[in-house]
Design a protein around this ligand. Structure first.
Ligand code: FAD
Length: 425
């Protein structure tokens, strides 16, 4: 069965993915002369930058996930379906999903990125990842189960090391390492009195010569200093070769004992079957021109983490995989849909870099703005303010604010509930 909706005289845009790019585009297509069909496999938008706080029991899932219908339910020309897209037929202009097919006049692919294990099945099977709310909840349960298991053998802590290893020294790895260090400092002494906190080890493994490799050297050095002060062991130039479930094996054959490994070391585009393979480039991302059009297709646009724009001299290797790129591309494309309707020429995308930042722990963050870089207290407050304001919806902002206040004054991570009883190793 194939679905078309609304006024048949209007062209139909199908948008796959309600992440930063897809949701921003839909908001801007509200009340325009297009019929819009938004498809996502979840019924909520995920604010990925705070996923690590779910995984480390600082926030609930509901405070960073936003029900899509609450945002777009009243838009007259938009419909939403919870549907997993399984393939695209570019000849018949159909999107195939688990609930049926959808016709399109224009297609927008905004499916984001997925974890890259670089073809290592062991890593895929045994390590924890952080790309979605279910993964964050699974990680939270696994961390808490690890602590419960450690209590059971507390008297033999030397023989049973309580080790957490995080692979990947980008912002996610750094933020998780900092959060685990705070659990070690604040939660263990209060709630796990039988454990000796000094025996809990946190290792952060990075293949490059510095952590936060996409930030300036000063920020990387500061972040490393902060982490080491918090008791995290930072490994640089360390490439992971394999994981046995108990031992992490590095390329130089050195091993690290680890019952719990978190993999944040790679991403790749979440491509869809049916789109011609020659449109896929580096990082498994779709190649587009500067109008966000998929190479070879005038009616297919690609936005956000899944896209690499070719021909932008300022970004010869494509844009960074961050929320601002996705949001700005969506805004640009919405303008281009208006231009298409008015039969005006399209405008090319030009990225405005607003800066980057990472938090490490209480009063410790690094911030790089276009005109200034700084760290410490102020950076931490700036990081919190910007993330709070970027959340979708007042309720979510309020919930996060209240939780952060609680955590700040009580030195607590209140959501330490084990929900998932499956284990990886
Ligand atoms: C843990 C983590 C922390 C991050 N921290 C930051 C940060 O601090 N600052 C920053 O700027 N960026 C950060 N990022 C990156 C940022 O979240 C991404 O750049 C941004 O989400 C990209 O937006 P997008 O719309 O391209 O994709 P996404 O936001 O990933 O959205 C993709 C959507 O597509 C849907 N989808 C995928 N495949 C299908 C399918 N087959 N059928 C139906 N639906 C599908 C998914 O459910 C999802 O809703 C972080 C990312 C992660 C994972």
């Amino acid at each position: 069965m194939t679905y078309r909706y609304g006024d048949n005289r209007l062209p139909q845009i199908v948008i796959i993915g309600a992440g930063f790019a897809g949701l921003e585009l839909v908001k801007r297509l509200n009340n325009t002369p297009y019929r819009v069909v938004l498809l996502d496999k979840h019924n909520y938008h995920t604010f990925q930058p705070l996923l690590y706080q779910i995984a480390s029991a600082g926030l609930t899932a509901e405070s960073i996930a936003y029900p899509l219908r609450r945002k777009i339910g009243s838009f007259p020309n938009v419909i939403f379906r919870v549907a997993e897209v399984t393939s695209v037929n570019t000849e018949s202009k159909k999107v195939q999903t688990n609930i049926g097919d959808f016709d399109y006049d224009y297609l927008v692919i905004a499916t984001g990125a997925t974890t890259n294990f670089y073809s290592n099945d062991q890593l895929a099977k045994l390590t924890y990842t952080l790309k979605s709310v279910p993964e964050a909840l699974e990680m939270r349960s696994a961390i808490l189960k690890q602590l419960e298991a450690a209590v059971q053998v507390a008297k033999k802590q030397d023989e049973h090391p309580l080790n957490f290893v995080i692979v990947g020294g980008g912002p996610t790895g750094v933020e998780l390492a900092g959060a685990l260090a705070e659990i070690k400092k604040n939660v263990l002494p209060a709630d796990y009195r039988e454990l000796d906190p000094s025996k809990m080890e946190i290792h952060l493994i990075e293949g490059a010569p510095r952590i936060l490799p996409t930030m300036q050297e000063g920020s990387s050095a500061k972040a490393k200093r902060y982490l080491e002060k918090m008791g995290v062991q930072v490994w640089l130039n360390a490439i992971v070769k394999d994981y046995t479930g108990k031992q992490l094996v590095l390329a130089n054959d050195k091993t690290i004992a680890a019952d719990h490994v978190i993999w944040t070391a790679g991403v790749k585009g979440a491509t869809l079957p049916g789109i011609p393979a020659e449109t896929i480039g580096k990082g498994n991302k779709y190649r587009t021109n500067r109008f966000n059009q998929l190479i070879g297709f005038e009616n297919i646009f690609v936005l956000g983490d899944i896209a690499t724009i070719e021909g932008d001299g300022n970004y010869p290797n494509g844009h960074p995989g961050v929320a601002q790129v996705a949001l700005q591309q969506a805004k640009q494309l919405a303008g281009n849909f208006t231009r298409l309707h008015q039969q005006k020429p399209l405008k090319p995308f030009a990225y405005k870099d607003l800066g980057s930042m990472a938090t490490i722990g209480r009063h410790k963050a690094v911030v790089e703005l276009p005109f200034i870089s700084f760290g410490g207290y102020l950076a931490w407050y700036v990081w919190m303010f910007i993330h709070l304001m970027a959340l979708v919806g007042f309720r979510n902002r309020f919930m996060v604010f209240v939780n952060w206040m609680w955590n700040y004054f009580m030195y607590d991570r209140a959501h330490r509930i084990i929900l998932n009883n499956s284990g990886k190793s």
